[in-house]
Ligand binder design. Sequence first.
Ligand code: CAA
Length: 254
Amino acid sequence: MSYENIIVRSENNVAIINLNRPKSLNALNAAMVAELGKAFDEIAADPQVKAVVITGEKNFAAGADITDMVELNPEEAFAFAFSPVFNRIANCPKPVIAAIEGFALGGAMELALCCDIRIAAAGAKMGFPEINLGIFPGAGGTQRLPRLIGPSKAKKLIFTGSIVKGEEALSLGLVDILAENPSEEATKLAGELAGKASVALKLAKECINVSADVDLNTGIAYEATEWARLFATADQKEGMRAFIEKRKASFVGK
Ligand code: CAA
């Protein structure tokens, strides 16, 4: 499928999504978010795609499109919200990596929070400046950010709207890896993940995502069920037999 606000291509079992509204620093409008939703539906259904990278040329994105929001009333703002699509991205059954250069602000940083791993350039500028617009992050930021970096650090970032660069973002835990070329690094890591046992990877992601929402015992019970299910997969047999036969496993994703 072709899109107007994003560019999607696939190479070596990795889908690479480029946010593409350069005139407004890739600001996310409703059309772009709807396209992201469609792209992720296709990715989820495509057995050839094993991992995903989201990135943007020069800038990840400067947040939600302010020109589209300025005159909204509360009902319209509720309808404009990105969370339904962002939740689908967070729950994508394949690993998703954000590669961040330039600005990643507001809704764009909330999109990055939906990804499993964030790789940023040292000079990338990240933050949640919504407070300076008289609002707060409304695309999952008040929920995902404290779960990722802790409530006080999340409050400091959201209350002040301050922008942090790569090193500080790394020490806060906002990003996981700093790289000279985040897109290249993310594509390399996604390629490595594409070669793993994809059912195990999908269920591991599910268990880790569930851990944010449930108490420890419920999470461990959930894990036990999902873990046992893996023993019905060809990849579990292949992985363990390959170890015993001292050869490299060749996974089929089943
Ligand atoms: N929405 C709409 N347009 C935007 C935009 C945004 N979020 N961010 C940048 N642009 C546009 C600018 O209006 C400008 O357009 P024109 O050339 O037509 O004037 C163009 O992109 C380039 O931007 P600047 O000239 O401002 O570039 P700069 O380098 O001087 O500044 C910046 C860059 C600091 C990122 C600045 O553009 C900025 O502060 N942008 C807004 C960031 C922001 O507040 N994001 C949060 C949005 S709210 C949100 O995301 C809500 C939510 O939770 C879902």
